[in-house]
Structures are given as C-alpha cells and as structure tokens.
Design a binder for this molecule. Sequence first.
Ligand code: KG4
Ligand code: ZN
Length: 339
Amino acid sequence: MNVLGIESSCDETAAAVVRDGREILSSVVQSQIDMHALYGGVVPELAGRAHIEAIVPVVDKALGQAGMKLDGVDGIAVTNTPGLVGALLVGVSMAKSLALATGKPLAGVDHIHGHIYAVKLAFPELEYPFVSLVVSGGHTSLYHSRSETRHDLLGSTTDDAAGEAFDKVAKILGLGFPGGPVIDRLAKGRDPARLAFARTLLEPTSLDFSFSGVKTSVLYHVRGQDGKKPRALGEAEVGDICAGFQEAVVDVLVEKTLRACARTGSKRVAVGGGVACNGRLREKLAAAGKGLGIATYFPPGRFCTDNAAMIAGLGYHLLREGKGSDLMLDVEPTKRTRV
Ligand code: KG4
Ligand code: ZN
C-alpha cells in the first residue's frame, strides 16, 4: 500500500510516498527557514502563504521521485494537528482535494505521533511499549507509546518548548535562527559547569516541563536584571553560556525521561523532534540510560526534524486500523489529551 504523506504544520512544506509504512519511496522537504530567519522566528502568516506556493510543486516532486502518478497512490495522510492554523489548513485542503478527486482514503495524522513514528522508521526492530520523548520547536512531551497509533501522554511543557528555549536564547545572544544547531556547535569543547542556569523540575513526581526560567536566567546573565547591562560578549563567554544553558535543558530532559521510565517500567526510550539532533542530549541520555539498562533510540537528523515520511508511515497504520477520516477532516491547532 503506497501512502502519500503531506506535512505543513509549521515551517516545512513536505510530501513523501511510503510503501507499507516502512519503505520510503520519496521524501521531499522544502524549508522556509531562510525567510523566517529574517524575523528571528516563525511568522505564522508568512508560513501559511509560503505553504500555499510550495504545496503543489512539493507533492508533484514527491510523486515524481517515487516514480508514480496519483493513480499509484493507495491512501493519503496529512498532518491535521497540532500546529499553526493557517499552515495546517494548506496541507489539509490539499489532501482533502486529492482524496475527493481520486476517491482514495484519507487519514488525519497527529504531528507529534508522527515524530514518534519517525523513530520506528529508523529502527523497525524497536518494540512497543516504550517511552517517547518528543522535543521540538513547538512541543516537549513524554508519552507511553503502546502501538503505532496509541500514545498515552505522561507530561508536557507548561510554557516554552525545549527547542523554543534554544531559539530564544540564540536570539538573546544574537546567534540567529534556528538556535538549536548553533548553540549545539558553540557549546562543544566548553565547560558546561562554568555557568549554571536554572533547572526547573517542578514537583518531585511531575513529568511536565518548564523552560521559561532557564531562558530568563540567561537573559538576566547577559543583560542584567534591569536589562541595562551592555552586551559585549567575547567568543569564549558565548560558548560558556551556550554550554551552561544546553546542559540545564539536557539535564531536565534526561531526569524527566528517566522518571517516565521508572513510572512505566519501560526499558526503551525513543527520542524524536528537532532537539533530538542535539549532541549533548544524545550523549547524556544514552549514558544515563545505559547505567539503568535502558536502551535509547535516536534517529538520524533527517528523521528528527519535520518531514512527511513519518506522516505517510503513520497514516498507513491508521488506514489499516480503520482510523481514517472523511472529507469533513478539520485542523486542530492545539491538542492536549492527558490520561
Ligand atoms: O521538529 P522540528 O523540525 O520542528 C518542530 O516541529 O518544531 O524542530 C525544530 C526545533 C528548533 O527549535 C531547533 O532550534 C531545534 O529543533 N533543533 C535543535 C538542534 N537542531 C534543531 N535543538 C538543539 N540542538 C540541535 N542540534
Ligand atoms: Zn515537528
């Protein structure tokens, strides 16, 4: 079964064709990052417009690279939650139009569940159940994943997402957008203990996150509490701030993930989303897990950041389980269901 996946929830227009939920026949990602970088973050209105321009060529390219036309597609999957409303609408409208025109079945896919499925695409041998940590620019959540389509939410951020904190700290330091990759790079070789920033763990049993405190502690360090401190930072100082900040975020992510493993009794952890590219997170979570007999699964970078292969792959399972959608499928910009 060939599923065409479409993703437009944030700043990447993506389409992919995946066979039987496993074999990636094509995966096209057109990023808008250069456009948003001018503003230091994603501008929702601009994202929506850019998706409109890109969606048809991107879908065409994905079909072409898979060596097929629409008649070779057996189902259509599209991200319909969560994300920017105007951005989601473009992908969903495209998918519904294609489903209407071709009569093929349609599935609405949860973007965060898609990030978890991306780990399965990279590691087909990974067995359910496992703990999933999804860390990206828009989300920071822990789940107990029981199957491709069943993910029980254990905790999520109460304010900023981890990637958002990386992006905002990079902005404070004048490092450009997106902040994660550059902070990751500048922190390398610096002492993460030289500057300690706030680690917010909330209540001892909590699996929720809070990253606004660490961001503010960096801001105060750089600008002073009254915002008047002149900002003249040397290269070494910037490196130390990056290392100290990154360490604070990583420590919280590791601690909460281990708590989730203890709570669920799970010995496997899947990590997805853009922040899963982070070198220090990979290093520290793998090492902490090893000591406790917990295996960690970090996919390669192209499976961590937004793509449509994860949407097509998960769409296959939804369609097979009879969890497809009709043409009334709507977008749901925010989704928070806790068990
Ligand atoms: O999953 P993604 O592509 O889009 C969302 O769904 O948000 O994640 C993008 C986020 C950005 O905030 C970016 O700064 C962060 O992932 N990111 C990183 C790294 N690479 C990307 N954060 C930390 N370290 C990295 N190496
Ligand atoms: Zn994402």
